[in-house]
Ligand binder design. Structure first.
Ligand code: DX5
Ligand code: ZN
Length: 226
């Protein structure tokens, strides 16, 4: 697989779950870099989404890394479980743990890459002590927990400031954007400097859309089109 500067991470909770294998095959044939797996506990966020069983099924079917987004309380209790998924990234919300540096170390001890999510209500400065230790920062542009939301006003400017902060401090981590990555927002998110794009209901899985043509359109925009 070629290494692209900008990666697509389709959010599978947004997929047509009755035809998931069909879409997985399309993504695999198009060298998609990650699968974004949202895990929700009905507590940290008032919703449920995908579960460990889906991660296992996908892991038995393809080597494509899973970009596992834990929107749960007590994420450290579930790191050993999700770290069973080979070459996964495990991203948690640091605001829900007392000692996020320990959670990051636990993820790495279990052989996964560690990610943290920047809640829209936080600033990147509040996460500064964690940045040297993580492999990915997920910048959320919607309130965690639900699909099909609109981007929070100022979300792209915040993304740009976050990218600038990270690059100016020399941190080597991937910067992901998650939430309303729509056809309209995508060019600005690209230009703001994001590297991983969580593709959900407002682009890749738009209702009535064709995933194959949406993959092409998404790639074209990431490469500078539109
Ligand atoms: C929302 C999740 C997102 C979601 C994105 O809490 O973290 O990954 O699936 O869906 P859209 O693209 O509809 O915002
Ligand atoms: Zn997510």
């Amino acid at each position: 697989m070629q290494t692209r500067a900008r990666k697509i991470s389709p959010s599978l909770m947004c997929a047509d779950l009755l035809n998931l294998k069909r879409d997985l095959d399309l993504f695999i044939d198009n060298d998609i870099e990650y699968f974004h797996i949202d895990i929700m506990d009905g507590h940290y966020v008032h919703n449920f989404s995908l579960g460990f069983g889906i991660c296992q099924a996908i892991s038995s079917y393809t080597d494509t890394p899973q970009d596992i987004h834990l929107m749960i309380d007590n994420p450290e209790d579930f790191v050993p479980l999700f770290a069973q998924i080979k070459s996964s990234i495990i991203t948690f919300h640091p605001e829900v743990v007392y000692h996020p540096l320990r959670t990051i170390a636990l993820i790495k001890r279990h052989g996964a890459r560690a990610g943290i999510a920047l809640n829209p209500a936080q600033t990147i400065e509040s996460l500064k002590p964690l940045l040297p230790h993580v492999d990915l920062l997920c910048v959320m542009t919607v309130v965690p927990g639900f699909v099909s939301q609109s981007i929070i006003p100022g979300g792209i400017e915040k993304l740009r400031e976050t990218v600038d902060y990270i690059r100016s401090n020399g941190y080597e981590l991937e910067i992901e954007v998650d939430g309303n990555v729509s056809w309209e927002n995508l060019p600005e998110m690209r230009d703001a400097g994001a590297q991983v794009f969580v593709a959900g209901t407002s682009s890749m899985f738009e209702s009535g859309g064709d995933v194959q043509s949406n993959i092409r359109r998404f790639r074209s925009i990431l490469e500078g089109g539109e």
